[in-house]
Write a protein that binds this ligand. Sequence first.
Ligand code: GLY
Ligand code: MN
Ligand code: MN
Length: 450
Amino acid sequence: MDTTTPVSFDVHAMRRARVVEALRELGGGVAVLLTAPTRTRNRDSEYPYRYDSAFWWLTGFGEPESAIVIVVTPDRAYTTLFCQEKDVERELWEGARLGVEAAAATLGVDLALPIDMLDEELPKVLAYAPALFIPFGSESALEAQAQQWIASVRSLHRHATPPAVIRDLSPILDELRLVKDAHELSIMRAAGSISADAHRRAMRATRAGRFEYEIEAELLYEFRRRGAQAPAYTPIVAAGVAACTLHYVANNAVLRDGDLLLVDAGCELDGYASDITRTWPINGRYTAAQRALYELVLAAQTAAIACIAPGRRYDEAHRAAVRTLTQGLLDLGVLKGSLDDLIESKAYGRFYMHGTGHWLGLDVHDVGDYRVPGSGPGRDGERPSRPLVPGMTMTVEPGLYVRAADDVPERFHDIGIRIEDDVVVTATGCELLTRGVPVEPGEIERLVRD
Ligand code: GLY
Ligand code: MN
Ligand code: MN
């Protein structure tokens, strides 16, 4: 799909209406959101352009040099999109632009203006606004720019009163983005399915003597062949002990007979990330030790997934995974002691040092509070973990990373395993988006040997 063409205008108008409602509840004002800048890679080469996620969520418009301004007064609300003007010469080099004339009707906004007019227009709309909402802490110079707009308000008219406060727009948008609508879920299902097929392809392409980058190439080929615009994050293709390095991305080592291959890779489709990890034997057969650890990680994932349902709290999945992994490590003689003490002291953390998942959406580690927003701290000093509601999407990704050590049975040395799937909370439980690629060890072995 072409990222510069909105899939449907209505979904974006609906989202903007929800932002208007949220701003109105806060007393109204003006919200400003810029899309992402283009970024230089080296000299005059740029990284592939990627719009700002929240801007995309509100507009479906993928061109750089764009901004959206939502004005909410007690009796009305309107949206202005600022974008690049048509320019025959530049478009000859850089590709077609939507242009200001077509933008309002195409994107369903009230008004479209050239991006060069942003600094001129903002003081006018801010003149009697109670508040200015911008995302805080973004890397752009927006906060300084906002101060300039406010300073310019008084020069417009001596009675003009600039907003008394600048407020953070991000928590408002993040909260809305956390629960996905039907349009988003249909894209996320498609992204999950492409990524699952890419993992199947990577399994079939695996054999000793090939290099990690050859497997990475199979993944990227399947992503792009199926219309996904990019990988959602740098793929991890880690053979043998490299799997114990959580963010290994060198992907340049040879695959050795007898080792495992851990692959963490997912595509981005129309802005939405998928995020899958599978770990398979390079020669098509898990050793007994590899299989014992694999089955333990799978049991932890199954236990975690069983905790994902409306009303269950976000952290229940992690607790279930930790309990299963710790009991398993005890049974295998990797840990010694009592289950509750080992959990309490986080002794498992030597072998399992990351969380069991994260929100997933337009960003691979998507926005949204993991705790109840605005609540007071509980007995542990933390705000309570958030109850799940249908439409929340997240990963479930337990793992075990066992490096060589004198106090660990040798057969488990240098094994890293993770199993990661994407799920959406449904009315009754959850739906797995990425099981187009198997997790059962026997099925995986068959695919690798195919
Ligand atoms: N691939 C990034 C993650 O699993 O969180
Ligand atoms: Mn993940
Ligand atoms: Mn991942």
